[in-house]
Design a protein around this ligand. Structure first.
Ligand code: AMP
Length: 223
């Protein structure tokens, strides 16, 4: 199998982060989440973090020029030579075009784009129950995992918290932003013949299996 480059597209709450962790382990790819990089920049109060925070808290997109630059810097790191998985980038057609240009310049084969499809109702339910850990990348849900703010992470003992942008007003804004700015990216890749679609509304383990088959063109399955 040639070094795969993958993009996970889908609305907030589709499970991009959770499934990216799984595909990263299974396929040995470098997992790049622009949201994680930006959250870290905010936590460390870097120049990038200071510029990004207001947009993130409001559920809006950070300006293209900032995100494109950080994605290009990250993709140039040595671990990306083994293949990478982009989670949360590109989110606008301008970002997708910049990525296509960058990949042509550095002669990397075009990525496979997996479009994760899920209803708005399911997204709202998932995001309102989502809980994060400050110490590790595990993502929890109050319903599924019986865990909430005040508990310790069962994986690393870290503090459990709710993302500011998972508050109801920000979730509504993020869904609108997704429809307005990110859905056109699906069409962009569809027209280029790089797109596969996976329904991600079912059980997590079943969805993971479908994603692995889609990501590897059937070369790997979790049976
Ligand atoms: P995520 O963790 O992917 O849901 O991203 C959290 C937030 O980070 C988003 O709501 C945006 O404010 C910002 N962000 C992450 N990736 C991008 C991107 N590719 N373009 C613009 N903003 C982004």
């Amino acid at each position: 199998m040639t070094a795969p480059n993958l993009i996970l597209l889908g609305p907030p709450g589709a499970g991009k982060g959770t499934h990216a962790e799984y595909l990263e382990k299974k396929m040995g790819l470098a997992h790049i989440s622009t949201g994680d990089i930006l959250r870290q920049a905010v936590a460390e109060v870097t120049e990038l973090g200071k510029k990004a925070q207001q947009y993130m808290d409001a559920g809006q997109l950070v300006p293209d020029e900032l995100v494109i630059e950080l994605a290009k810097e990250r993709l140039a790191k040595p671990d990306c030579a083994r293949g990478w998985l982009l989670d949360g980038f590109p989110r606008t057609v301008a970002q997708a075009q910049a990525l296509t240009k960058f990949m042509a310049e550095v002669k990397i084969p075009a990525p496979l784009v997996i479009n994760m499809v899920i209803s708005d109702e399911e997204v709202i339910g998932r995001l309102s129950g989502r809980r994060m850990c400050r110490g590790c990348p595990t993502i929890f849900n109050v319903e599924r995992d019986d865990i909430d703010v005040g508990d310790s992470c069962p994986v690393c003992g870290g503090e459990i918290y709710i993302r500011t942008d998972d508050q109801p007003a920000a979730v509504k804004e993020r869904l609108q932003v997704y429809k307005r700015q990110t859905e056109p990216v699906i069409e962009y890749y569809g027209q280029r013949g790089q797109l596969v679609t996976v329904d991600v509304e079912g059980e997590q383990a079943d969805v993971a299996r479908c994603l692995l088959v889609a990501a590897t063109g059937g070369e790997m399955s979790d049976e």
